[in-house]
Design a protein around this ligand. Structure first.
Ligand code: PBG
Length: 308
């Protein structure tokens, strides 16, 4: 009877696996604060991507970890930059069998770790950054990404990238906008995952955790600029925002079950304090119940087979 009246579905196709690929890695490198997640080599990324898609995962979101960084994050735009090379690898391996997504943000590639370039005063220069995002987006589309994930929270980023894609003939490349991304302490493990160089915080561009109305305004702007889907991030501590977004968004809504959410559950489970599998399924089900059409989660490939 419970099965008959169950209100929330959780299917592998609704899960997106975020993956890291490190330039020059000879073997996959474990990420200490995210047990079970690695910085892939180009080869292990291809293989893990195929395995995830075979397990039924609906999409992949690729992050690059370069060997060298500079002030403008030029490795993000370079066609031989690690992320663009890896996108080409995965696209040639999987073609259109999955939705291949790319993180469109400079933070992994800048030597100061910010999501954009800096002005003379050391603050992030929003509009100068837009030009670079536009170039990065076109490079990623050319490398084979089906969908771009602008995660830098610069004002106008969706419009700038959409315009550049269209001008370059990439009219079919989609945009999954990180519309409401909060300045969260839960990103901690991710910073290790991408060897982030960040000192300080992202409070001049990411949202205040106390603000919900602002998230809806950000979604409205992104949709007007051409977003094909919008995202709320993090997920577990923002389920109310997710619900509000799902109620008004005219496009599909994603939620990012981020690194700190993963780390908390893994650490507690490793101590025997939580039943790991039950907890993971409860987390993912709750995010769906709150209104996410799709969930980015580091458990995507592992959880997919549990859902049958
Ligand atoms: C920035 C970016 C971050 C994450 C995804 N993209 C970190 C940040 O904004 O500091 C976090 C993802 C996670 O914590 O799992 N490009």
């Amino acid at each position: 009877m419970r099965r008959l009246v169950s209100e929330t579905t959780l299917r592998p196709r609704q899960l997106i696996l975020p993956m890291f690929v490190a330039e020059g890695a000879a073997q996959p490198r474990p990420i200490a604060s995210m047990p079970g997640v690695v910085q892939h080599t180009r080869e292990s990324l291809r293989k893990a991507a195929v395995d995830a898609v075979r397990a039924g995962v609906g999409g992949l979101m690729i992050f690059g970890v370069p060997r060298t960084r500079d002030a403008t994050g030029s490795g993000a735009i370079d066609e031989n930059g690690i992320l663009n090379v890896a996108l080409r690898d995965v696209r040639s391996e999987l073609g259109d069998d999955t939705v291949l997504m790319a993180d469109t943000c400079l933070d992994e590639f800048t030597d100061h770790g910010h999501c954009g370039v800096l002005d003379a005063g050391g603050g992030v220069d929003n509009d100068a950054t837009l030009k670079l995002y536009a170039e990065m987006g076109v490079a990623q589309a050319e490398a084979g990404a089906h969908m771009l994930g602008p995660s830098g929270m610069m004002d106008g980023q969706v419009g700038a990238i959409r315009q550049a894609l269209d001008d370059a003939g990439h009219t079919e490349t989609g945009i999954l906008a990180y519309s409401a991304k909060y300045a969260s302490a839960f990103y901690g493990p991710f910073r290790e995952a991408v060897d982030s160089q960040l000192k300080g915080d992202r409070k001049t561009y990411q949202q205040d955790p106390g603000n919900a109305r602002e998230a809806l305004r950000e979604i409205e702007l992104d949709v007007a600029e051409g977003a094909d889907a919008v995202m709320i991030k993090p997920a577990m501590t923002y389920l109310d925002v997710l619900r509000a977004a799902a109620e008004v968004s005219p496009v599909p809504v994603a939620a990012y079950n981020i690194s700190g959410e993963y780390a908390m559950v893994e650490a507690a489970a490793a101590n025997g304090w939580l039943d790991r599998e039950r907890t993971i399924l409860e987390v993912l089900t709750s995010i769906r119940r709150a209104g996410a059409d799709m969930i980015l989660t580091y458990w995507a490939a592992e959880a997919a087979p549990w859902l049958d």
